[in-house]
Design a protein around this ligand. Structure first.
Ligand code: FAD
Length: 404
């Protein structure tokens, strides 16, 4: 391969991809192109320790600058890829540069949905939470006593709520669905986190839509809900989901299906182009899914690297995820897609418990709150393709290890 392997998007998946290529002894040229100004960095702390002011910005970087130099990576930051020419095997950057590739890797991530401008989504004081730039924009708003409205009761919104409540802000979370976390978790998990936030003084409004945001003196000042109620606000954070960054791939004629469609070797519909992470969809237990997690970004990117290097490996993950809220660490093993019921296992410490998801008698996933043993054992049970009877899962006297 004389032309470089080019990577579009310098985030979590990109960092794992190039590290894997080098650790597998790939000696060829690698060019990494990212539109943010930073070295590839980890996003999870953005809604946790970093937002709280408990983590230095340098610690966000996945690797130091020197690593890219030592590993002979050509790193171009602050520049966007605007076009892929599959026939010429070239990409065009928005500064006009054209670069040829031998293989192309797309790790462009995803973009948060914004509230429409007609309901005030464009007003100063309304933020999304995706990038370091977003945090820099909103950091000065986090002062005790200020009123924050969070639109969307998913993990990112709830993590931001926990940080803000901890800093003494008055926090309200509004969720259109019947319950917070409805898209991703069971009623039992929603109940747990609703109670947790309420204990910390957060107001949770469920089954309620935001009708509009109003301004005074040129910035957001009031929220009006679809039940007619109103709330004075100082600022607003939206956490209403993301869409995969697949437009570039679409324009290049690649197959798009809930993101950039890849096979189990992480290859797109063009055999010289691979994709991984938030932007890519793949088959998982007969469904085409996208996962927005560090686990997926890392493992799928490494899978792509191995396949590019001629080692045929299928991507068959046991997904895992985590969320930190107050002193609670939620760890999730597996994917609860299509679950029929759940059972709850009490934990040994105060506040610790785990929710076990089943499709009929087959274990699918576990949400473990401050219960690392339940999480670790569940991961092992799932990775081995095993299950555990519900009667055993709920019995704290049963040793989960016996089922791994
Ligand atoms: P990203 O890391 O987003 O990287 C994509 C990069 O590509 C971005 O820098 C983007 O700007 C760039 N890009 C896009 N288009 C172009 C272009 N045309 N040219 C050049 N560059 C481009 N996951 C967990 O597992 N646990 C957590 O607790 C957790 N917490 C999170 C908290 C927050 C606030 C956020 C935002 C995410 C969190 N996630 C968490 C999700 C996880 O961070 C993502 O799934 C992961 O970053 C995806 O990696 P990626 O490489 O696909 O995308």
């Amino acid at each position: 391969m004389s032309d470089p392997i080019i990577v579009i998007g310098a985030g979590q998946a990109a960092a794992s991809f190039i590290a894997k290529l080098r650790s597998e002894d790939y000696q060829g040229a690698i060019t990494l192109i990212g539109d943010e100004q930073h070295l590839p960095y980890q996003r999870p702390p953005l809604s946790k320790k970093y937002l709280l002011g408990d983590m230095a910005v340098e610690r966000l970087a996945l690797r130091p600058q020197s690593w890219y130099e030592e590993n002979h990576i050509t790193l171009k930051t602050g520049v966007r890829v605007s076009q892929i020419d599959r026939e010429a095997k070239a990409v065009t950057l928005d500064d006009g540069t054209v670069l040829n590739y031998s293989k192309l890797m797309i790790t462009t991530g995803s973009t948060p949905f914004r509230l429409p401008a007609v309901i005030g989504g464009h007003l100063p004081g309304v933020y999304t939470l995706r990038s370091l730039h977003d945090i820099d924009q909103m950091a000065s708003e986090f002062k005790a006593g200020r009123k924050l409205l969070i639109v969307g009761g998913g993990y990112i919104g709830l993590e931001a709520a926990a940080v803000a409540a901890g800093l003494g802000l008055e926090v309200t979370v509004v969720e259109l669905a019947e319950r917070i976390l409805q898209r991703v978790a069971s009623p039992a998990t929603s109940d747990y986190f609703r109670a947790l936030h309420q204990q910390h003084g957060v107001t949770i409004m469920e089954s309620t839509g935001l009708a509009s945001l109003q301004e005074s003196d040129g910035r957001v000042s009031k929220a009006i809900f679809n039940d007619g109620s109103e709330l004075a606000v100082d600022f607003v954070i939206t956490g209403i989901g993301v869409s995969p960054n697949s437009q570039l791939a679409k324009d290049a004629g690649l197959v798009i299906e809930n993101g950039i469609a890849v096979d189990l070797q992480s290859r797109t519909s063009d055999p010289d182009i691979y994709a991984a992470g938030d932007c890519a969809s793949f088959d998982y237990h007969d469904q085409r899914i996208r996962l927005e997690s560090v686990q997926n970004a890392v493992d799928q990117a490494e899978n792509a690297a191995l396949n590019i290097l001629g080692q045929p490996v299928s991507y068959q993950p046991t997904p895992w995820f985590w969320s930190d809220q107050y002193t609670i660490k939620l760890q999730i093993a597996g994917l609860n897609l299509g679950y029929t019921d759940t059972v709850t296992r009490p934990g040994k410490r105060e506040g610790s418990q785990s929710i076990w998801y089943y499709k009929d008698e087959q274990l699918l996933a576990v949400d473990a709150m401050n219960d690392p043993i339940a999480y670790t054992m569940a991961r092992k049970i799932l990775a081995a393709g095993n299950s555990i009877p519900k009667s055993a899962a709920i019995d704290p006297a049963i040793n989960l290890k016996d089922f791994t």
